[in-house]
Design a protein around this ligand. Sequence first.
Ligand code: KIV
Length: 263
Amino acid sequence: MNKKLTISAIKKQKGVKPVVVITAYDALFAKLFEESADMILVGDSLNMSFAGKNDTISATLDQMIYHTNAVCSGAKNSLIICDMPFGTYINKDEALRNSIEVFQKTSADAIKIEGGVDKAEIIQHLTSNGIAVCGHIGLLPQSVRSDGGYKVKGKTEAQKEQLIRDAKAVESAGAFCMVLEGTVAEVAKEIAKSVSIPIIGIGAGADVDGQVLVFSDMLGLFEEFTPKFVKKYLDGASLVREAVASYADEIQKREFPKEEHTY
Ligand code: KIV
């Protein structure tokens, strides 16, 4: 069984070994992922692939705590990050109060918040109060409504410069790593070079310090839409459909249960 990685071990992976991150929302999958992943993220993407909503905006702190507890139960040897949902870190005090609630009610090792320069003061307040923070810059799913959709970042010089400022601000505020989402690969490469903490990419190309994918996307279970950056490592939805269809068929034909399934 793998030993649980520490925050400082993750930081030291920069330039040495890519950081492997995957999301999980329950104990069952978390347990399956922990052998291969360096960290497990309980992402607010659960609002879409678990709760069936259109975006992440309506995820609540109670929901995140519930799912984080489930993941912590399933993956006791993993470094676990709880995503702070929309509206729970609007200022320093709220952010600290809500992060403390996550830390007291779960055994999460860190929290994640979206934003760069604009959230640096909040990140600084959390890290100086014993809360490990994973940043999240680039495409920010919690800003999807104000941005008018999921828009790739780093397409202009101004955006590139802002992203580098964001990455540096998040690092200076004490974050131990940060997610960089939906960003032009060349720009992502420069961002990764501009800071000394790991940049975990999702739709940010190969020249960053690690990768994260939403598990239901990479296992082919989420069928609503598939972003360009997702590689499907399994056709999960077809396999599940086929299995359940066989189950139904065997029940109809009275082929299940058989002798060996009977007391
Ligand atoms: O909510 C989530 O799953 C995330 C990933 C997309 C990084 O934030």
